[in-house]
Design a protein around this ligand. Structure first.
Ligand code: E4P
Length: 218
């Protein structure tokens, strides 16, 4: 299973990379806005800085909603760095753009996916990643995790190569359940990843080991 970090914050990306467990980064226009990054030149510079930190897989989202605009923006993003994966929304034009990018060898992440039907379309178009948003489905009393299982089953039925990138992952149980269900990737905030570290018995056990070592070496 791959771990992506869902942020545009360079310090958090560095921290996750330094842990040695990071496989990629997802960003979106809201995350860019949170960091105060605006204007095409600054946004592109920021993507480049992210690419300089991580080994691969930096999802950079197109803003255009029409096919031609998506192609223009996506091609420009892909040229920034080989690590860029062009993030395209699940719309009619988005599916068409993903098909074209696939034919051109540009990697894509189909974002804003909320149903199995949308995930099938993304795979048919040849998306490298499909991003079902678990948390946002849970927010409206739908079964986000159920969707991950459904997509896994469908993709396995037909051998679709599109990787399931569980997105909108809000807490550690989301992450663990994604792993159980066979999501290929989960993207989440740093605190969800570091949350996996915590267990009181680890803390108690370590304190006891250190205490015994100290007594034994007094
Ligand atoms: C995925 O690529 C999105 O950036 C992200 O996971 C959305 O998460 P949110 O619902 O917590 O905003």
């Amino acid at each position: 299973m791959q771990f992506f970090i869902d942020t545009a914050n360079l310090d958090e990306i560095r921290e996750a990379q330094d842990m040695g467990i990071l496989d990629g980064v997802t960003t979106n226009p809201s995350l860019m806005a949170k960091e105060g990054i605006k204007g095409e030149a600054n946004v592109n510079k920021h993507y480049q800085q992210i690419c300089d930190i991580v080994d691969d897989n930096v999802s950079a989202e197109v803003i255009a909603t029409d096919y031609e605009g998506m192609l223009r923006e996506g091609r420009a993003l892909a040229k920034l760095d080989d690590k860029i994966v062009v993030k395209v929304p699940m719309t009619r034009d988005g599916v068409k753009a993903i098909s074209t990018f696939t034919a051109e060898g540009i990697r894509t992440n189909c974002t804003l996916v909320f149903s199995a039907g949308q995930a099938i379309l993304a795979a048919k178009a040849g998306a490298d990643y499909v991003s079902p948003f678990i948390g946002r489905l849970d927010d409206i009393a739908h079964d986000g995790m159920g969707l991950i299982g459904q997509i896994r089953e469908i993709y396995d039925n037909f051998g679709f190569q599109t990787e399931i990138l569980a997105a909108s992952v809000r807490h550690t149980m989301h992450l663990i359940e994604c792993a159980e269900l066979g999501a290929d990737v989960a993207t989440c905030p740093l605190k969800v990843i570091t949350g996996l570290l915590n267990h009181p018995l680890t803390d108690i056990g370590l304190a006891k080991f250190l205490e015994d070592h100290k007594k034994n070496n007094a």
